[in-house]
Design a protein around this ligand. Structure first.
Ligand code: WT7
Length: 657
């Protein structure tokens, strides 16, 4: 199927599912919300901000005078951690469960709002004792354990800035992020449990810091999770549990300005260097909490919410750490992989805790679909009442399977589009209102101005495709790229004047509903995780065998897209290399070591030439045709049109692994 056929088949989906009358009646969001927000979006967001507790109320809502650098609720002051913790305890909800933690080996921990608040107060004192103060950066490199959330909230509580680095990233990736943010402290663990084994984390921190590569780091706080042996550096390393035991459990939250930075989260862009996306406090928390309450229809007294994302990604920030806790929700967090120790583990967790709201990624749904419905069918999933999807377009088959097999044919599905940069959900159905269509994120949230525009930035008519833009500022928008205002302007604001360019292609169907069509830049989406083609190309050419590399994202049934790399080898260097298969394995492992296992190419194709334009630009479109096994498109702009025959001939001969 060509890309165009796929696009039209996607957005011609005609099925639509109305919410039940019963669901609609009890829903938090009622249809008036759209008109109410549209009448005065700023006033609407100010109203939502009042759901938070402000130490000092704001008098101004939006300051856009220094666009594209927004200020929301600028003269207000609040404490983010206080909003997620103390205020619930003060409201008499101390005994409510905040976190049900399920470790991969089956160990459990329960934190109520009272005990979570106490732990965060202690941790805040630990950080303060280590000299961390407002504005300092703290890198968090942890498995999905309660300490990850406690650390984030403790950093927020003292007005410092966290940079969570996903535990699957390599030592090099960690070092780059620590250096860019000049983190003063790293919080890590000995290891975590994954796929039935203790998997070490601390050695990556040791490697990242070795040779004084990260001179900003003064201390490393180490959580003992697995008990595996670790190398210990007396001058820097401190056990988390020892520090926590010594710390006082008294800590009064100070107020910080609404625009006080809350976190930096690195994400891949079109260059080799990840971007440090900067988020601040008041606007971010307002939109994270508002969307969480309305899109998932959260009833904090009765719902058990589970978002399967790791805190290393934005979803884990907004919809595990901040949104749910600001709303006083009870949630489940799970450390491990979906198939450990058996393929029904997720469904067992849903049955065990009586999960009512599930938020996960299409990749996971597709992998369960492949295993067959007999696995979830063996568990009681009847408590589920809202299902969410995030990270990549969800294909209609997976959507239907999710609805029928997991949602019992009745739970509404919310397909939520947003990005690390947007901070919170921007486009999504509302579960008691929208007639949902399998595969479409459909409607901008109330108060959000999203549109699809053509090459000239003009809104396209229904039935047409183009680029997704956001035309008005929103409270949880990024406030910039850490120490790189030029790149911020250039990446998001220069393509369409005055509008935020998201990097996604999209189409409006006949009803005006929005369908996301994937990235239009050199960014890939593998299992809902963003990867940069350039970053993987740099990793490949850093190996002495590789002269040139070109990476493309090829369609993949399970992961959405998969990394496919074309490499030209240096003949003088590969005398010592083995067969093509060994070369491929060694290069794939090299990428995993340089960036992390998530970036490992599915395939490496060794080629003699790469298709280039006369000006020397690699034509990735043609390589994508090869990688997706399609007839090769127009080659007229190639400097040497015979190159594609050589490449596809080589592949047909089975030279790839
Ligand atoms: C990119 C953002 C948002 C948290 C997870 C990913 C793609 C995200 C959807 C969706 C179609 C989606 C976009 C976007 N994306 N959600 N529901 N439908 N595409 O965050 O790493 O910042 O990636 O993910 O391409 O630009 P991220």
């Amino acid at each position: 199927m060509s890309e165009n056929d796929l696009i039209s088949s996607l957005a011609s989906e005609s099925r639509s599912f109305a919410p039940s009358a019963e669901f609609s009646r009890q829903a938090n969001a009622q249809p008036e919300i759209y008109a109410h927000a549209a009448a005065n979006p700023e006033a609407f967001w100010a109203e939502q901000a009042h759901a938070l507790t402000w130490h000092k109320p704001f008098t101004k809502t939006l300051d856009w005078s220094d666009a594209p650098f927004a200020k929301w609720f600028d003269d207000g002051e609040l404490n983010v951690a206080y909003n997620c913790l103390d205020r619930h305890v003060e409201n008499g909800l101390g005994e409510r469960v905040a976190l049900f933690f399920e470790g991969e080996p089956g160990d459990t921990q329960v934190f109520t709002y009272a005990t979570l608040t106490e732990a965060v107060k202690r941790a805040a004192n630990v950080l303060a004792d280590l000299g961390v103060t407002a504005g300092d950066r703290v890198a968090i490199y942890l498995p999905m354990i309660p300490e990850a959330i406690i650390s984030m909230l403790a950093v927020a509580r003292i007005g410092a800035i966290h940079s969570v680095v996903f535990g699957g990233f390599s030592a090099d990736s960690l070092a780059t992020r620590i250096q860019d943010a000049e983190a003063k402290l790293v919080i890590t663990a000995d290891g975590g449990y994954r796929k039935g084994k203790a998997s070490a984390l601390k050695p990556a921190v040791d490697e990242a810091l070795s040779g004084n590569a990260c001179p900003s780091v003064q201390h490393v706080l180490v959580v003992q999770r697995t008990g595996q042996s670790v190398e210990w550096f007396e001058t820097t390393d401190i056990w988390w549990h020892e520090a926590m035991n010594k710390a006082s459990s008294e800590h009064t939250a100070q107020a910080f300005a609404a625009e006080n930075p809350l976190f930096i989260l690195y994400t891949s862009g079109t260059t080799g260097k990840p971007k440090g996306i900067l988020h601040t406090s008041g606007g971010y928390l307002t939109q994270a909490a508002f969307t969480h309450r309305n899109i998932f229809d959260l009833k904090p007294e009765t719902d058990i919410y589970w978002c399967t994302a790791d805190v290393g990604w934005i979803t884990g920030h907004s919809y595990v750490a901040y949104g749910p806790l600001a709303n006083g929700a009870t949630q489940v967090i799970y450390e491990g992989t979906p198939d450990a120790p058996h393929p029904g583990r997720w469904w067992e967790i849903i049955q065990k805790y009586g999960v009512t709201i599930l938020y996960t990624a299409p990749t996971a749904i597709r992998s369960f679909m492949k295993l067959g419905r007999q696995i979830p069918d063996a568990f009681d999933l009847s408590t589920l009442r809202v299902l969410g999807s995030v990270g990549e377009p969800i294909n209609p088959e997976a959507w239907m399977w999710y609805r029928d097999v997991i949602g019992g044919g009745s739970a509404p599905i919310v397909d939520t589009w947003w990005q690390t940069e947007t901070g919170a959900i921007m486009i999504s159905p509302l579960p008691g209102i929208t007639h949902t269509k399998p595969g479409s994120a459909q409607v901008p949230m109330s108060g959000i101005a999203a549109d699809v525009v053509d090459d000239h930035g003009h809104s396209v008519a229904n039935g047409h495709g183009g680029y997704l833009v956001i035309s008005e500022p929103w409270p949880s928008m990024l406030r910039g790229i850490w120490r790189d205002p030029e790149r911020f302007n250039e990446t998001y604001w220069s393509r369409f004047h005055g509008q935020y360019f998201a990097g996604d292609g999209a189409k409006k169907d006949a009803d005006g509903d929005i369908w996301l069509l994937g990235r239009v830049d050199d960014v890939m989406n593998v299992s809902g995780h963003r990867l940069s083609t350039t970053e993987i190309e740099s990793a490949l050419v850093s190996h002495h065998w590789v002269a040139e590399a070109a990476v493309v994202g090829a369609r993949d049934e399970l992961t959405g897209q998969a990394v496919v790399a074309f490499v030209i080898l240096r003949q003088d260097e590969i005398a010592d290399a083995g067969s093509d298969a060994d070369i491929s394995k060694i290069l794939r492992d090299h990428v995993a070591k340089e960036i992390g296992p998530i970036a490992k190419p599915r395939q490496i194709m060794v080629v003699a030439e790469l298709p280039k334009t006369r000006s020397g630009k690699i034509m990735r479109r043609l390589l994508r045709d090869v990688a997706e096994d399609r007839p090769i498109g127009d080659v007229t702009t190639l400097a040497d049109s015979s190159v594609m025959n050589i490449i596809s001939g080589k592949i047909a001969a089975g030279a790839n692994d």
